[in-house]
Design a protein around this ligand. Sequence first.
Ligand code: TGC
Ligand code: FAD
Length: 390
Amino acid sequence: PQAPDPQDFLALDATLSAEEADIRDTVRAFANRELLPHVADWYEAGTLPDPRGLARAFGELGVLGMHLEGYGCAGAGAVAYGLACRELEAVDSGLRSFVSVQGSLAMYALHRFGSSEQKREWLPRMAAGEAIGCFGLTEPDSGSDPGSMRTRARRDGADWVLDGTKMWITNGSVADVAIVWAATDEGVRGFAVPTDAPGFTANTLHRKLSLRASITSELVLEGVRLPGDALLPGSAGLGSPLSCLNEARYGIVWGAAGAARACYAAALDYAGTREQFGGPIAGFQLTQRKLADMVLDVNQAGLTAMRIGRLKEAGACHRNHISLGKFGNVAAAQRVARAARSLHGANGITLEYPVMRHMANLETVATYEGTEEIHALSIGQAVTGVSAFR
Ligand code: TGC
Ligand code: FAD
């Protein structure tokens, strides 16, 4: 048997189909050419300088709504989509977030719950990156408990009128359409809100110390009057936005594996070249222990992502599988990023190396799409049958 490849210790890539390997290579080449050379500058600037150009580039690459069928979407399999998320997040979690929010949240909501007119109006342009979407569920006082939302939509004749505030919304201030979740007399429902509607404003949030290469916004809706057909007709209850979250959380299962892989690769490289006490630090037992722990975490995260991806392709992936994957893989990536940062010494705290950027990003990744505690409680409920949320 062949000795393990340090970059793919369990030879997981050998389990990919030729088409999947092709998608991985295409996205990796794009990421290394178009994103990696710029990401530290974007991160330092605390923004994405050309979000529309980036959206179009992602559209050309074919990753926006890539797992959806029709309307200009690629209709790729779950593993292929996961591989794209992994390659993007190996560069930066903020860039995977851009693609997740567009494809897995905004486009997925329209695809699953929208009318055929809404799908025809938005999906082809969103797949091409000509239109940007955002997804507004969280509010200032309603995060882990979205059922407590205060944003309200009331009927007024044939129209709907929306009032409320959404918080921490990725791409909110560059979006053309906001998928806004609001309480109505019939329960929670979704609305496709054009961002030029009177009464809608988006304010960019500043001074973030994590996910800096990403635009995060507050959405304010003050008497936003929308025609009746702005309602996503298929949406019914809190389960509707939560089912969109399953899609984005699935992308994070893979993405976190990518961030972990990038930190491990940087650490392995640095360990081989940095010399102290007359030799490379790779030769010290404590460094090797760190690297061994990283190899284990990276490969276990990869296995978890692959297994959940194959379950998804077989139509057998339950939302609790995704909770386990998000819970485990983000924690693994955090361990790898922290160890890789320490292995880089002082260099590790700079933007010259990717490790602290990933480490800081992963604080957001552990928070959004269900915090570590929320997923722990979901898994706890799944195995005991007892809910401990309240
Ligand atoms: P609960 O009573 O358990 O559920 C209400 C209804 O929803 C159903 N449901 C789900 N359906 C599909 N997928 C899921 N994951 C679901 N979880 C629950 C449930 O069956 C029920 O249906 P029905 O028909 O019986 O009414 O609701 P709860 O109020 O007790 O809350 C449960 C909890 C805490 C698990 C849930 O609310 C939760 O997941 N909280 C975390 C919120 C969250 O993740 N927010 C993310 C906002 S979006 C974001 O962060 C984007 S980041 C950008 C990026 O991805 O890059
Ligand atoms: P809280 O819910 O207030 O939680 C605070 C702490 O209490 C956490 O540790 C939590 O785990 C813990 N906690 C809460 N309930 C329990 C419990 N029952 N038992 C034990 N502990 C508990 N949202 C969107 O809708 N769209 C977006 O595009 C989006 N993008 C984001 C981008 C960024 C950069 C960030 C940081 C967040 C984004 N979010 C988005 C919001 C994100 O989903 C929420 O921050 C997340 O759901 C947690 O909510 P919260 O911040 O209000 O924390």
